[in-house]
Design a protein around this ligand. Structure first.
Ligand code: ZN
Length: 232
């Protein structure tokens, strides 16, 4: 049975992102505590992403200080807390290391919506230019500034941050982000120009697809897939 607690969902999302290759020995996903929006739940620094459980999840405040003890939070927790401080609309944040999307930050080619699920990123994907790990509030604030009001930002030569309204949506957005990048990458092997969605097309497809049912369908698919393969 799936653990439907917030900590259980965070741990499951991290295990699924790892089995899908979007996280590895690094990467983290966090969410605001619904009882206290100034508290953040996040997977800990030293537990492998492929086996993390609800019991491992730690709670920190908006400056990354642990609340109630527990395991050590990730060294890049400032990346999460800075986004939560600047974006009241954000309930969940993921920091992932997607192979293809990250390559666009290195190639200096913008990510455009070229695939139905890529509609989520139609407002553009900013690139944070510093390759440093985000281990201080100052760097976190810079990254959050680069992200602005966007759904996702690339971190040059490093990875990405993706934000959403809940854990399932954050996981889904991560999957769709890399899927769109894969299609864009494939199309660019065939042609130097690509037929990206127009702003009107993007808005129309997004309104049709970014709904709780579709998010749940994506989440359930990966839960079932991971269980059948015995990897989550
Ligand atoms: Zn990282």
């Amino acid at each position: 049975m799936t653990d439907e607690t917030l900590a259980g969902k965070i741990a499951l999302a991290v295990r699924m992102l790892t089995s899908e290759g979007l996280m590895d020995f690094n990467g983290h996903l966090s969410a605001r505590d619904p009882q206290n929006p100034n508290h953040i739940l996040i997977n800990p620094r030293h537990v492998s992403r492929s086996v993390v459980t609800a019991q491992d999840i730690v709670t920190v405040d908006l400056r990354g200080q642990p609340v109630n003890g527990g395991k050590e939070p990730p060294s890049e927790t400032p990346l999460h807390t800075a986004i939560y401080r600047q974006r009241a609309d954000v309930i969940s944040v993921a920091h992932i290391h997607p192979q293809i999307a990250t390559a666009f930050s290195i190639a200096q080619i913008p990510i455009e919506p070229v695939f139905t699920l890529g509609c989520l990123f139609g407002d553009g994907v900013p690139v944070y230019d510093k390759p440093d790990l985000i281990r201080t509030d100052a760097l976190g604030d810079e990254l959050a500034e680069s992200l602005g009001a966007a759904r996702a930002a690339l971190m040059r030569g490093h990875g990405a941050v993706v934000v959403a309204e809940n854990v399932e949506a954050c996981f889904t957005a991560c999957i769709w982000f890399e899927e769109n990048a894969k299609k864009l990458f494939a199309a660019r092997q065939m042609s130097t120009t690509v037929h990206a969605f127009t702003p009107a097309e993007t808005a129309r497809v997004k309104a049709d697809l970014w709904r709780p049912e579709t998010i749940r369908k994506t989440w359930d698919y990966y839960v079932d897939k991971g269980k059948r393969a015995g990897v989550i």
